[in-house]
Design a protein around this ligand. Structure first.
Ligand code: FMN
Length: 188
């Protein structure tokens, strides 16, 4: 069995999908990983809206940013990730529900990667189109869209999108964001 850190490190936000629907048990596995995320006081202030019908997919597609329309339209699984802030009160002036949402989304993305899927979160969408199109109640805030599907071939992407997909993934070095004893003090 590969180590958990391998899946965490190798997961990547690719933009290519195989032309193959996801089986119900695969979708269920994604949702299962999502729901086992930690949340403050275990409040689980989340909802997931899966766009399946032609009409729902049309709303989803129409709300995508121009850049995301270049690759996400063909994703076999389209999900609206929704938070309900009133179920997770603010703390220190911070929107705590967003933390819970992030944990759940990462769980889902790592699980999907480990199952051979492309999983791609998107903040690039028209918020009002999602709210109005899906008639969300005022309490429900769409925090991200998620495109998912079996991995396709990077060679099949249009040049502009392919360039983004083959870009080397980087992260800050640990020493760049870790301090010891005082803010800004070197960790080593
Ligand atoms: C909340 C969130 C929103 C994102 N929105 C978009 C998006 O709208 N379009 C896009 O192409 N990528 C989007 N991404 C993907 C990020 O660009 C990507 O995670 C980042 O570049 C790191 O690459 P990696 O996921 O392959 O490690 C988003 C990621 C997150 C977590």
């Amino acid at each position: 069995m590969s180590k958990l850190i391998d899946a965490i490190r190798d997961r990547r936000s690719d933009r290519h999908f195989a032309n193959k629907p996801l089986e119900a048990d695969v979708v269920e596995a994604l949702l299962d990983a999502f729901r086992w995320a930690p949340s403050s006081n275990n409040r689980q202030p989340w909802r997931v809206l899966i766009a399946s019908s032609t009409q729902a997919q049309g709303i989803f597609d129409d709300a995508l940013s121009a850049g995301n329309k270049q690759w996400a339209l063909v994703a076999p699984l389209k999900m609206v990730i929704i938070g309900v802030p009133e179920e997770q009160p603010e703390k220190n002036g911070l929107q705590n529900f967003m933390l819970d949402m992030g944990f759940a989304m990462e769980n889902m993305m790592v699980q999907g990667y480990a199952m051979g899927l492309t999983m791609h979160a998107m903040a690039g969408f028209d918020y009002d189109k999602i709210c109005k199109g899906f008639a969300l109640p005022a309490s429900a805030k769409p925090v991200a869209l998620m495109a998912a599907g079996y991995r396709g071939r990077v060679e099949d992407l249009i040049e502009e999108v392919r360039a983004k997909d083959v870009k080397v993934r980087t992260r800050k070095a640990i020493a760049e964001f870790t301090y010891r004893d005082a803010y800004g003090a070197a960790f080593k």
